[in-house]
Design a protein around this ligand. Sequence first.
Ligand code: GLY
Length: 355
Amino acid sequence: MVEGINVEVHRDYKYTIDVSKGILDKLERYRNLFFRYEKVVIITDENVAPLYLKKVERQIEKFGCKTQEIIIPPGESSKSLSMAEEIYHHFSEYNLTRSDAVIALGGGVVGDLAGFCASTYLRGVDFIQIPTTLLAQVDSSIGGKVGVNLTKGKNLVGSFYQPKSVIVDPRSLKTLKDRIFNDGMAEVIKYGCIYDKTLFNKLYQSTAEELTKDLENTIATCCSIKKEVIEEDERETGLRKILNFGHTLGHVLETYFNYQKYTHGEAVAIGMYHITVKSEKKGITKYGTSDKIKEILIKNGLPYTMPYLEQEKIEEILFRDKKFSGDKITLVLLKEIGESVLYSMDKNQLVEFII
Ligand code: GLY
């Protein structure tokens, strides 16, 4: 195994998250990994391909491993069953076998879609994550949630399928537009809120320059938190639910506006603030917590105000949430910054909390 954050999801399944500046130019570190495969199929999108695809291919081919590429249009609409079907056709055209591997090179859409195809083709071929957005580096590339959307909702079809390795190059973030970088910052802030007061305070107190300098450590901290959480609860029966802080309302906002108005992180940002205002009023959360969240969101160019929503439409989206188990859903609230608590509630209580 290469050096990095070692994840041990089951006793017999381990992989490494390697957070390292410039790693995309030093893939020889992965010689032993790629050496095992006859070929790899790299799935990426039209934005990422011109930046990193050739560089990655050239290095992997040096290990005697053939490469094939699949380039998809960017954006959430690619995370569909029809795109998955197209990818399966390419896999069979390339004669992908179980001694080959799939690489996801890109953001969350590419990672979730490529992982889903890898998990289902031939009942599972090896899969390697090379996330290139902040959101994918700190969240979606780790923990094995892969899937596609249906018109009725996000990630409704999917599986838990852990990668063989996660290769994170913080330098790839330099090419991101501010809005896409901030999208990932919402998840970084979330980790501080639910699990790590020291991380929250660092984000709260540091200047933008200090944060940029320390980005590699910040990413590694988030990956370590996610590792701890998924090692304890891969299948989201308990602890992993805390990662959904701000996501119940966030999901409503994304769906309500058809994924056009808010990025995932922006929707989660509003969700985290709004739910904390409510829980603070109910005396569950320490007074002043929501104000701190608001300040940190503003500092990171993220929204916090709720737009106008029609109640009937909210309920329709809310009650379809895949996190429902029977008529109960678990909402993640904060006791204070760095400490979260799970609240199981029925639909009426949820509506009262959310709206
Ligand atoms: N993004 C939430 C999770 O991986 O559980």
